[in-house]
Design a protein around this ligand. Structure first.
Ligand code: UDX
Ligand code: UDX
Length: 434
């Protein structure tokens, strides 16, 4: 059985490499030629811990290839995983134009029975559209099945998550497709959940929206903590000790970013509206999340009064640690507002700076990309922490204090213990605690 991965972005590349590592024969393809060229040479176009080693290892083994030709990838494979992006449309719904395009190409190249698997996050009922599209455009009377196998990978630990899943959800409507997918995931047979396709599609949107809701909830609680003597870190710990709640995804901060939560919560809201189910609950989560940036900007203004001509160090640009991904990253929104206020910025991130340079070019007189967190802190009137990279927790903060013009820290992720950092002489503001 040969597997094709169509769209080797964050999800597709990890999926291709991990399937190969599980012993399958895999071909990856993508419309962006450089991604294929790089992958073929063993260089991922993204930063993801462990990915490069695994890519190199499996290229060498010979059961993983990358090709430009989508038609060839389709024709030569039995199972096609579709992991093209599903961007947000103006009204919040998922734009399925790429998925539809791929479905048409599959139809044109259908030369034997194939299973077409939705890996991208898609609205419930998408499989019906894919099926209809392939039926309408197929040139040969070959049989096929559509299936859903949503990904639950977290960027930054995607390889680990793929190879150690909590659950593998498979949505099918035929025994034939079911048997094939169960065989592919044989290794995780104790964690398989086989459902119908609508259910599998919905599990993904329902899970991501629920996690986003959990984050917005604790962020809302953090606003309350700031108006009282309560400490959000301890409130979260106290809540999380109840196994019915669980401690994960209760970290208050600058809100959720990334390619999934902001988009998925809006998409599920739209799906609900289209099907007559009111999801204002999720709209509120979105509002709370957007407000996180306002709340943080107010703190910066309170600490600095006037932004114009201030030098501000910014640590952490990726939307979360251990990735170079800046899609919907809070850093971008914060930086835009600081620049508008007339501040000069000294930016640092362990992995995401090249991506941020595409948004805020290096030649701008207001933006400087520092080589280290120490260099970023030089002569700064304040230091902002936007992403909780581990690196920032291990620095010599006495040295940082000496480097700064004014030792003011605005910590958007609560990475320091307030009393300890204040002992060093910093003015310290964090989220939802004194
Ligand atoms: C994934 C899921 O697919 C998406 O549904 C989810 O909401 C977010 O996570 P991701 O892998 O992060 O998307 O997106 P991206 O890195 O943009 O990867 C998509 C890839 O598909 C890109 O490399 C793009 O070049 C490729 N693509 C897109 C194609 O090969 N063909 C197309 O027609 C469109
Ligand atoms: C998410 C889902 O976790 C994953 O299952 C799905 O397949 C894709 O979407 P990802 O977006 O990569 O993964 O990262 P995640 O770790 O979920 O974090 C998302 C955002 O929420 C980040 O911006 C992160 O900083 C934020 N977050 C997370 C919080 O603000 N607080 C938390 O407690 C957890």
């Amino acid at each position: 059985m040969k597997i094709a991965i169509i769209g080797t972005g964050y999800v597709g590349l990890v999926t291709a490499v991990c399937f190969a590592d599980m012993g399958h024969t895999v071909v990856g393809t993508d419309v962006v030629p450089e991604k294929i060229d790089k992958a073929s040479r063993g260089i991922p176009h993204i930063y993801e811990p462990g990915l490069e080693e695994l890519l190199k290892k499996n290229l060498k083994k010979g059961n993983l290839t990358f090709i430009h030709d989508l038609d060839e990838a389709i024709r030569s494979s039995d199972v096609l995983f579709v992991s093209v992006n599903t961007p947000q449309w103006k009204d919040g719904s998922a734009d399925m134009v790429y998925v539809e395009g791929v479905a048409r190409r599959i139809a044109e190249n259908l030369n034997s029975y194939k299973v077409i698997v939705e890996k991208s996050t898609v609205p419930v009922k998408t499989s019906m559209w894919i099926k209809r599209t392939i039926d309408m455009h197929k040139k040969k009377d070959e049989e096929f099945d559509v299936a859903s196998n949503p990904e639950f990978l977290r960027e930054g630990s995607a390889v680990y998550d793929f190879l150690n899943p909590d659950r593998v959800v498979i949505g099918v409507e035929s025994e034939r497709a079911r048997d094939i997918l169960v065989k592919i995931y044989q290794k995780f047979k104790d964690r398989l959940l086989v459902t119908n396709i609508d259910t599998a599609e919905l599990i993904k949107h329902a899970s991501n929206s629920f996690l986003a809701l959990k984050i917005s909830y604790i962020n809302l609680i953090s606003e309350l903590c700031e108006k009282t003597e309560a400490d959000v870190e301890l409130v979260a710990r106290g809540m999380g000790l109840d196994p019915r709640i669980g401690g994960q995804f209760l970290k208050a901060g600058l809100g959720y970013g990334g390619s999934c939560f902001p988009k998925d919560i809006r998409a599920l809201t739209r799906i609900g509206e289209d099907l007559g189910v009111n999801f204002d609950l999720l709209k509120e989560s979105d509002k709370v999340n957007l407000r996180r940036i306002d709340v943080f900007m107010d703190k910066i203004k309170k600490a600095l009064w006037i932004m114009k001509d201030k030098i501000i160090a910014v640590w952490g640009l990726s939307f979360k640690p251990e990735t170079d991904d800046i899609r919907e990253a809070p850093s971008i929104k914060v930086i835009k507002r600081l620049l508008k206020g007339g501040a000069s910025l000294r930016l640092y991130d362990p992995k995401a700076m090249e991506n941020v340079k595409q948004v805020f070019p290096e030649k701008s007189s207001q933006v400087y990309y520092a080589k280290s967190p120490y260099e970023a802190a030089e002569k700064a009137n304040a230091l902002l922490i936007i992403t909780d990279w581990d690196e920032f927790k291990k620095l010599d903060m006495k040295k940082i204090k000496k480097l700064m013009a004014n030792p003011i820290i605005l910590d958007g992720r609560n990475i320091y213990e307030p009393s300890r950092i204040r002992e060093l002489g910093f003015e310290y503001y964090s989220i939802g605690r004194e």
